[in-house]
Design a binder for this molecule. Structure first.
Ligand code: SF4
Length: 76
């Protein structure tokens, strides 16, 4: 379960977030490139943009469910 007290500092404000446990596996960025991006400095993914449509919400949820480290969280 993602830790909402340890969010990546670059997350776009909103429902979805990444904590700081990312191992840079690339799954979320492959699944939802419009939502997740890599921060080269921390070597980790963060929520670059919140999902805007039902299709993007489904992709964000899918990425969350497939993240091997449960880095992706959802407050909704
Ligand atoms: S799927 Fe999880 S571990 Fe992999 S890059 Fe995304 S946030 Fe990091």
């Amino acid at each position: 379960m993602a830790d909402r007290t340890d969010k990546h500092p670059l997350n776009a404000p909103g429902t979805y977030y990444n904590d700081n446990s990312c191992i840079d596996c690339d799954v979320c960025r492959e699944m939802a490139p419009a939502i997740f991006r890599r921060d080269d400095e921390s070597g980790a993914s963060y929520v670059w943009r919140q999902p805007q449509s039902l299709a993007e919400l489904a992709l964000a949820r899918e990425a969350m469910e497939n993240c091997p480290t449960e880095t992706i969280g959802c407050d909704g």
